[in-house]
Write a protein that binds this ligand. Sequence first.
Ligand code: ADP
Length: 565
Amino acid sequence: MSTWRQARAESVVDTINPVLKNLVWPSPSDETPFWKKEFPTWDVSVELPADVEKDSDLMHIIHVTAEMAPIAKVGGLGDVVTGLARACLARGHTVDVMLPFYECIEKQHIIDLTLITTYNSFHDGNWILTNAYRGEVSGIPVIFVEPSNQFFKGKYVYGGSYDELEAYIFFSRACLEWMQVTGVQPDIIHVHEWQTSALPLLYWDMYHHLSLKRPRITLTIHNMEHYGECRQEQLSKCGLDGAIYATTDRAVDDRTIGHNPERLSLLKGGIVYSNAVVTVSPTYLKETLCSGWLSSTLIRNRDKYFGVLNGIDPAIWNPATDIFLPVKFNAQKLEGKKFCKNYVQKGLGLPVESAGRAEGKDVVNGTQQKVPLVVCITRLVAQKGLHLIIHAIKHIEELGGQMVVLGKAPDDRVEREFKDLADLYNEGPAIRILLMYSEELSHMLYAAADMVLVPSLYEPCGLAQMFGMRYGAVPIVRRTGGLADTVFDIDDHSNNHMANGFVFEGIDEGSLNWALDRAFSLYKNKPDEWTGLVRKAMERDNSWNNTAGNYIEVYNSVRVRDDSS
Ligand code: ADP
């Protein structure tokens, strides 16, 4: 039985009634908000699924990454690294993650943290004393790299008061240096985004000429917008000669040609120097070949460029076992979901219709009027369709629904704009805008929601719609990138069997209204059809069980099978 089905059969959902007896309903006046209370185990002990079929041809993969969920997660990159690593471990492969030892990492979430290596790694003419620690997070062995300088110090993963570009170039070299010092030679070094894209350059032009012979490099691009613009002398600080990469067939940023000085793009260098390049959905792959300044580089490297849809981790994201949910549920037993909705509504001071009964009902033309709850959980950046999120707030209020936005804005101007909206709406009966990051609350909101809104202008893959579906929130999305690969409109009759949500095309308010209006109408007028849609969305397997095999194929296409390389 697959993990997915096993999860559906979890007996834990049968224990709803005893849980309810002891359930303490939250309120906005609680001293500790409901999402900040103590949870039994966080996620550190999430076990790997035992029933996954093992691969016969096993390999060693090391991810070198700036993010890893849940300890150092800012967006989807963190989820992808953790989910993919766990899926490959479950299939029998050896997997490690190498991560900067950010000062903000909460050490209590790491099991068996131990100092394993003290070594020197190069930066700007000096050898920096560096510690490598080993520990376990979510069942994955992790090597934490901690330089003795100021890099990676601060309260957050990004935005510390050090030069981020130089810190990640240092980290890229420090990971290779650690492999060289310890003699660890994985089959695959899997780098992610611009932050670790200097590693392929360092590997092929430096460490491969030293003792590292076996590894081959896979680069995953999670978002083409961030390309690691870099001055030649900044790259030179890692010991490479930055000037030799300033050519169109290597790493020059094509948009800066003719400028003084011309700049490099670490991401472009990563594309050129990696053995395989993956982006996170088939539609985003097509989009990036057709537009954007990197398209010519991607076209030149087309034969090693793949589109592999991200998955979600079926154990970490499982409403039948999720430790953050006050009441568990699954596609067969949905009552728990109603209690999660009531729990969140009470905790945020939103009006509540009682779960399962018609208390407080408003009868219009014989139809019980219900209030759908829409959530939008996102980084508040232009890519995510900020004007559409703001419009949705107004329109959902007009439609008589409720909406919760959970988001953090890295840009002060955007933060202020949403803060003003929060001041305007948060005392009212329909809308809550919460400007913060909370992993715990995000789980509860997906579980509470009837609908999850993802109105992105572009979206390489998008995980929010997949988490939403897994937790029974019907997705309302713009047709772009991975959203187009995972959500299919219920009124698209050419594709009825896949239909699982509401999709709109345009970036104008009218297009969004059209999708929201149809969703609200179905929710209010055809409750049985709605419940069927919820079940269908929950039962769709968006997990890594489905897609990790595509990564294994990519790895296999580039790895070497003996030491003669
Ligand atoms: P991106 O990687 O562009 O941020 P994705 O949809 O791929 O977008 O992944 C976003 C991830 O970050 C999801 O796991 C989402 O739940 C989470 N997330 C985004 N903002 C917040 C927040 N403010 N609090 C908690 N989780 C968040």
